[in-house]
Every structure is written in C-alpha cells, then in structure tokens.
Design a binder for this molecule. Structure first.
Ligand SMILES: Cc1ncc(COP(=O)(O)O)c(C=O)c1O
Ligand SMILES: NCC(=O)CCC(=O)O
Length: 428
C-alpha cells in the first residue's frame, strides 16, 4: 500500500497540481497514489520500499515490460547523438516503414506526440478530406482529451463523472453524434439522418476504456459497410490495440480495415507518441502537401523513434505475444474460477493479453452494461491486490494488461494474491 514517503510527496503535489496529479486516473489509487522510484520487467518499485507486480504498464505502452534492455540500448545510442533536431532523421523513415507494413501498405504516416493528438489530427483530416462536419463516436469509448471526443467519453472521463466535459462548447459537442458500441443499428439510424454530413466513424475496435469489451461478430464489419455506403471514413483508433493484439493490431485480428488508423502507446516503446496512418490519397491532405494543418515541435522525436523501432523489432520475434497471452489467459481463467467458487456475481471479458472483471449479473457487451457493474467492489479488489503487491488498473473503466515480462513465475505469485483477495471480498 502507498506508504509514508508517498503520502508526503502527494501532500506536496496537492499544492502544485490540480487534484495532485498530471493525469486524472493516477489519483484513482487510494488513499493516495504511490510514487515510483524505478521500474524493471514486470515490477514497479515505490519510494516506500515496495515492489509491485504491474498490470497497468503505464496504461498500455510497456508491452515488453519495464526497462527492456533492447529498448534501453537503442535509446542510449540515440541520446549519444543528441535528442531533438527540428529537422528529419533517418529513424523516422525506418519506423514509418514498419508501421505501414502492418497497417497500411503503400500508405503514409504522420507522427505526433500522443493518442490525443493522433485522433485530433485524424478527425481534422477526415473532415478536410470529405468536406463534412459530423463524426460518429461510441458512448463510453475514449479517444483522448480534445473537444471533439469528450462527448460520452470513457476512461477517466467516466470515472470522474464528466463523460461530456465542461468547457466544450455546445456547438462543438453537437458535431459529435453518439452511437452505441456493439449496436450497428444505432449507427445506421444516425447515418440515415445525417449520413451525407458524416466525415468519419471513429471506434476503438476493442472498447478498452470501459473495461475490456470485445466487438461482437459483425459489428466492425457493419461499421465498414455503413462508412462505405455513406462515403464516410472509418477511423480505427488502435491506440490501445495497435501492436498489442498482434503486429497488425485489431484490424488484422478481426479482419476489418479502417481508412485511417490511429496508434500510440506501444508503438513509442514507452516514450510519447501518436501516429496517424492511412492511404496516400487521404494522408497527403496534411500540410505541407495539403491544406489540413498539423504540426508539432516534437513530432517524430528521435528518442521515441529509436524506442519504437527497437520495440517492434522485439515484437517481431513473436515471443512477447506468446508470454503476454499465456499470462492473461491464465489470470482471466483464475478470476473466473474464483468468482464461480465464491458465487460472486461477476463476469470476465478477455482478449489476448488484456482482460477485465465486472461485478455485474450477466454479460458485459457494451459500456452501458459495464456502467451497471458494482464499481465499489472493483475498487475493493484493486485495494486488496495492491496491499498484496499487485497493481491492477485503479478504475473499472480501464483494462488489466499483461506484458512479455509476465512470466509463469510472476503469474503464479499473482494467482496467490488473487486467491487471497477474492477470499477477503467474499468475507465482506
Ligand atoms: C483508444 C484510445 N485513444 C486515444 C487515447 C489517448 O491517448 P493519450 O493518452 O496518449 O493522449 C487513449 C488513451 O489514453 C486510448 O485508449
Ligand atoms: N485508457 C485511458 C488511458 O490510458 C489514459 C491514461 C491517462 O490519461 O493517464
């Protein structure tokens, strides 16, 4: 549990940062966030002298585990050459080629600095390309912290009760039309009314910001067909799933392609990144070849490029996917066994190397289902695990992730913690 040293730092932080943190979800760790002094493999080490098994993984990016030697080496090598040039360097070409190989062969890339920037740029691109103003977004999906997508948003926006943020003008929010995840008909209804003015449908192929909710068979295909029918673009927001569900992300995994892909998290190897990728015909609308403005002092930052490239090279061995999958499937199964052993009303959603448990009766096939779950019970599970040295997402609205560093031994230790934690939940 967060100890005395963390408490002192947090008290200081409360006077410096709104809510004591620089991204709201971090304050969901109660009674206050623990402060980390270093990280290695599957572990975070706190200033309180604790070692935690990490299933948050910086909210997704650390798919190889912390401080992976290959990534460290690539970053050090780049640092020796300097770290921000304001002019191109070769590594950006190498990383772009890797990304395009798996996502948009023959296409183009624009590097930005976060998933937020990527979806903001992608939406502007779709609007510029189509000359249309509306976007369709799914209730409970999260695409970052900019105006167009802070309408019916998931993740921390849902956790803190602001799915539609103050400060987003009504006129702007009105341009975001809200459909229901896993419900093609809800999209069809919107398209029938506004289809000729819809620039893009933006979707998380696996909803990962309302827990973990896989797409039902036919859902993504239905979106593809509706986008084509009405001449709108389909933006696959793979900030979480990109390079996580496999090298080709959810689009390869589910066999449905978007017109534009947004990436972030893993593709930067743990350094700030966002990517917009798509076919040349669409991408060339970005400045300077086109008239859709996008720019950034830190775009294609050399250190990020080095870390991202090293990460993908390790991923290409296939081994990280095998280890992460084995860990998540074993843990998800353990949680299922425990809820059935103790007769707890709950359900587990699992995809490859991400899962989540929802304390609710019945299936969770939509963010609306997820919203019905007992969040207090989830928070208790989080606390019980934290007190046993295991860090899972502090919010039901996030995913539990595994990595290449979650070996069988680490998983065994986690299972012991899970067994004790569920026993405690049962006793309460
Ligand atoms: C699907 C999705 N899109 C976009 C974002 C925004 O990315 P970032 O936090 O890097 O701005 C996130 C997560 O944060 C995400 O999960
Ligand atoms: N799933 C949502 C995030 O990963 C957000 C992390 C953050 O905003 O700190």
């Amino acid at each position: 549990m967060p100890g005395e040293e963390s408490r002192k730092l947090y008290e200081e932080a409360l006077n410096l940062f709104p809510g004591g943190v620089n991204s709201p979800i971090r304050a969901a760790v109660k009674p206050y966030p623990f402060y980390v002094s270093r990280a290695e493999g599957p572990y975070l080490y706190t200033v309180d002298g604790e070692r935690l098994i990490d299933y948050v993984l910086a909210y997704g990016p650390m798919f190889l585990g912390h401080r992976h030697p290959r990534v460290l080496e690539a970053v050090k090598e780049q640092l020796e050459r300097g770290w921000a040039y304001g002019t191109p360097a070769e590594l950006e070409i190498k990383l772009a080629k890797k990304i395009l190989k798996y996502y948009h062969q023959g296409g183009m890339v624009r590097f930005v600095n976060s998933g937020t920037e990527a979806t903001m740029a992608a939406i502007r691109l779709a609007r510029g390309y189509t000359g249309r103003k509306y976007i369709v977004k799914f209730n409970g999906c999260y695409h970052g912290a900019h105006d167009a997508v802070l309408v019916g948003a998931g993740s921390a926006a849902a956790e803190y009760g602001v799915p539609s943020s103050l400060g987003v003008p009504e006129e702007v929010a009105k341009l975001t039309l809200i459909a229901r995840f896993n419900d093609v008909e809800s999209v069809e209804k919107i398209m029938k009314k506004h289809g000729d003015q819809v620039a893009a449908i933006i979707v998380e192929p696996v909803a990962g910001n309302a827990g973990v909710i896989p797409p039902k068979p036919g859902f993504l295909k239905g979106l593809r067909e509706l986008a084509d029918q009405y001449g709108a673009l389909l933006i696959m927001d793979e900030v979480i799933t990109g390079f996580r569900l496999g090298l080709g992300g959810a689009q390869e995994y589910y066999g449905v392609r978007g017109d534009i892909t947004t990436l972030g998290k893993i593709v930067g190897g743990g350094f700030p990144i966002g990517v917009v990728a798509g076919p040349r015909e669409i991408m060339e609308n970005f400045t300077p070849s086109g008239k859709v403005f996008n720019a950034g002092t830190f775009n294609a930052h050399p250190v990020t490029m080095a870390a991202g490239l090293a990460t993908i090279e390790v991923l290409e061995t296939g081994e990280p996917y095998r280890v992460a999958r084995e860990a998540a499937s074993k843990l998800a199964k353990t949680v299922e066994d425990l809820i059935s052993r103790y007769g707890i009303k709950a359900t587990v959603n699992y995809v490859e190397n991400m899962f989540q448990v929802f304390f609710v009766d019945g299936e969770v096939a939509s963010p609306e289902d997820a919203a019905r779950s007992n969040r207090e019970m989830y928070n208790e599970l989080h606390q019980e695990l934290l007190s046993r040295g295991v860090f899972i997402a502090p919010s039901q609205m996030e995913a539990i992730f595994t990595s290449a560093a979650h070996t069988a031994e680490v998983v065994e230790e986690t299972i012991t913690a899970l067994e004790d934690a569920f026993k405690r939940l049962r006793e309460q």
